[in-house]
Write a protein that binds this ligand. Structure first.
Ligand code: GLN
Length: 302
């Protein structure tokens, strides 16, 4: 008897296969791939759970499952990733936005007072532009500079900026860290960054395994992972207004070392992510008394 492949059967088969492979979210990934092939959302799968999937669709699904099993991220296979409930185009030129980076956005939004004042914010190493675009969407009076050294990343970021309608407030710049802004002599209220912070030795291991399809330059942060932050910190120190904030994502083992690097800043906190591990560092530049009124009167960080 010929087997009938329903949506349910395909989702279950693929979930099992992905689980055996040790994927962290086997069912979710199976569903995202099948929904993509059927040009539908995941709710559609459940509503049509017992419907058969035709041969041509099964063929395309098999192809995606195969590429996933070879290690390609689901986000590259379908061409997008959700971040902070927004959809971002991604592709092999950029790091796939990670859920833990939503914490960085939360922290910045809290500091910025959710939409109130008009800040000038730089997102350094913007990649897909996910952080800059999300901040622009939630801070309608702020303007952002989104900087990256990678030309393919800037192309993708440009499309994400347009897709979310924030072209007027997010300006892309090509260059190394804050250099393109420093030339313009601008003062910034905040500097935000999720720079490559994986120690080189680990980045090259990951580059052979789990993360082999993502750009190495987006992960490799030099021998201890902090090479880029070591250069960014003094730049941010010069460019921030007194009382301005530097907010960056780190690896959970880097909190202590970052405290050492941020001694010129007046208040520094290391915040844990949902798993309780250090993830975000917030540093405030001193001298707020004489400062930009926008950032004054804000309670100190927890
Ligand atoms: N959190 C990422 C990972 O380990 C690394 C991101 C980064 O280097 N900024 O996959």
């Amino acid at each position: 008897m010929q087997e009938i492949w329903t949506i349910q059967a395909l989702v279950e088969w693929t979930t099992n296969r992905f689980a055996r492979e040790g994927f962290e979210h086997p069912r979710l990934e199976a569903e995202v791939l099948l929904a993509h092939v059927l040009d539908a959302d995941r709710v559609h799968l459940y509503v049509n759970y017992h419907q058969p999937v035709n041969q041509e669709e099964r063929q395309r699904f098999r192809e995606l499952v195969h590429r996933r099993l070879q290690g390609q991220p689901v986000a590259y296979l379908v061409g997008y990733r959700e971040f902070y409930s927004l959809r971002f185009e991604v592709g092999p030129g950029v790091l796939v936005p990670r859920p833990e980076t939503e914490l960085l956005v939360d922290v910045v939004l809290d500091l910025a007072g959710r939409g109130e004042p008009s800040h000038c914010i730089a997102d350094v190493g913007t990649g897909s532009g996910a952080i800059a675009v999300t901040l622009a969407r939630h801070l309608p009076r702020s303007s952002l500079w989104a900087i990256d050294l990678s030309a393919p990343a800037l192309d993708i970021a440009q499309r994400n900026i347009a897709r979310h309608g924030v072209e007027e407030r997010v300006t892309l710049l090509h260059g190394d860290l804050l250099e393109p802004l420093e030339k313009r002599g601008l003062a910034l209220d905040m500097v935000v960054a999720n720079l490559p912070y994986v120690p080189s030795a680990e980045a090259s291991e990951l580059g052979k395994g789990l993360l082999r399809y993502e750009p190495r330059v987006a992960l490799d942060g030099g021998h201890d992972g902090l090479a880029l932050y070591r250069r960014l910190i003094p730049q941010a120190g010069r460019m921030l207004v007194p009382g301005g904030y530097l907010v960056v994502e780190i690896d959970h083992r880097q909190g202590q070392a970052m405290l050492g690097l941020l001694q010129e800043f007046s208040e520094v906190s290391v915040l844990p992510d949902l798993t309780g591990r250090d993830r975000v560092v917030v540093a405030r530049k001193g001298g707020a008394e004489s400062a930009d009124p926008l950032l004054q009167g804000r309670p100190p960080l927890p």
